[in-house]
Design a protein around this ligand. Structure first.
Ligand SMILES: O=C(O)C1CCN(c2ccc(-c3cc(CO)ccc3Cl)cn2)CC1
Length: 323
């Protein structure tokens, strides 16, 4: 499908919280966190919300590309941490940047959100009905973690990244994708549970806004199932693992990425990571990584890139692109 990534951008809130700073507010340490996760720091908002992060990304995308906001046909935001259910975050951004022609919607596929959103945006453009789209992965997970729960709060951070996509006659774009959910395992990653109560029922489930995860089973799921999905995507693309120049994997855990590289028989150098600085930013993680690599020149036209998402749902997504 002839699609071009016309621009990339990222926005990370400036407040850095190191593992050492966390050890002053909870019983943890860099010596515990870093070896297990590869995380040293995370960035958190102080007075911004998810729509603010996404708006910063949107403004940078327009500046970098020279597109005007009213050229956009749509804005999609992948997030599991919206400002609100209504207005949805993509609509807030659409209003902020005055994209007068665009329709906007949010999608939630947790940590697979960047790949699932890229799939939705690509499909809208490939349908021929639309020509220019904006897609952003944006999270403020710091509002969803219990900062007294040291097993979870140390893993996550805030951040956003995005792309502008357009139809093109160049032979570049989406080569293949494989998306799969595993709903029966969904309870392994829980967050944002509304109280299931109305005027006619008792209190069936109390409100529980916080993140809970069965780290071990998610870890096992990711290392076991992601390679299967990757191989399906490679088969669909008629490619071998060696043909992919870089694997941009969801930045949840350094050890999981190391085991993936080994499983695919690929050099770790083909799996760039930045969770050391940002922690797990869910739908934002691959988008932030992409923009950093574009900025450093490590990602450029001519390359074959695999985007790999995995996490809440549970869900997995792989997209292979010819840039
Ligand atoms: O070693 C330990 O004690 C633990 C072992 C388990 N760990 C994990 C396990 C799973 C995740 C994770 C989370 C999400 C949710 O966004 C998505 C995808 C993943 Cl792979 C992150 N960390 C942390 C250190």
């Amino acid at each position: 499908e002839n699609l071009k990534i016309a621009a990339t951008a990222r926005y990370i809130p400036e407040r850095v919280v190191s593992n050492n700073e966390l050890s002053t507010i909870m019983d943890t340490s860099d010596e515990w966190i870093y070896p297990r996760t590869g995380i040293h720091n995370r960035h958190v908002v102080t007075d911004e919300n998810t729509s603010d992060l996404a708006t910063h990304v949107a403004q940078q995308l327009l500046e970098k590309s020279g597109w005007s906001a009213d050229e956009l046909d749509f804005i999609i935001i992948s997030t599991m941490s919206p400002d609100s259910l209504s207005p949805h975050t993509a609509a807030i951004v659409q209003g902020n940047i005055k994209a007068s022609k665009a329709f906007a919607f949010d999608l939630n596929a947790a940590c697979s959100g960047f790949v699932y959103g890229l799939s939705a945006a690509s499909a809208l453009l490939s349908s021929g009905r639309y020509r220019k789209g904006m897609f952003i992965g944006a999270e403020v997970l710091s509002k969803l973690v219990d900062w007294k729960d040291r097993t979870v709060s140390v893993l996550f951070g805030d951040g956003a990244g995005g792309v502008l996509l357009e139809q093109t006659d160049e032979s570049v774009g989406l080569i293949a994708e494989e998306l799969q959910s595993y709903g029966e395992m969904g309870n392994a990653i829980l967050t944002g549970r509304f109280a299931n109560r109305n005027a006619f029922s008792g209190e069936i489930l109390p409100l529980d806004p916080y993140f809970h995860q069965d780290g071990r089973s998610v870890y096992g799921f990711a290392t076991r199932e992601v390679p299967k999905i990757m191989n399906k995507a490679l088969d669909k693309a008629g490619l071998a693992a060696d043909d992919v120049d870089l694997y941009l994997a969801h930045q949840a855990n350094e050890r999981i990425i190391r085991s993936m590289a080994k499983n695919f028989g690929q050099d770790l150098a083909k799996f760039p990571t930045n969770m050391a600085e940002y922690g797990n930013t869910s739908a934002g993680s691959t988008a932030i990584l992409l923009d950093e690599l574009v900025e450093s020149g490590q990602v450029h036209p001519g390359m074959k890139i695999a985007f790999v998402g995995f996490g809440g749902g549970l869900a997995i997504g792989v997209q292979i692109w010819q840039l």
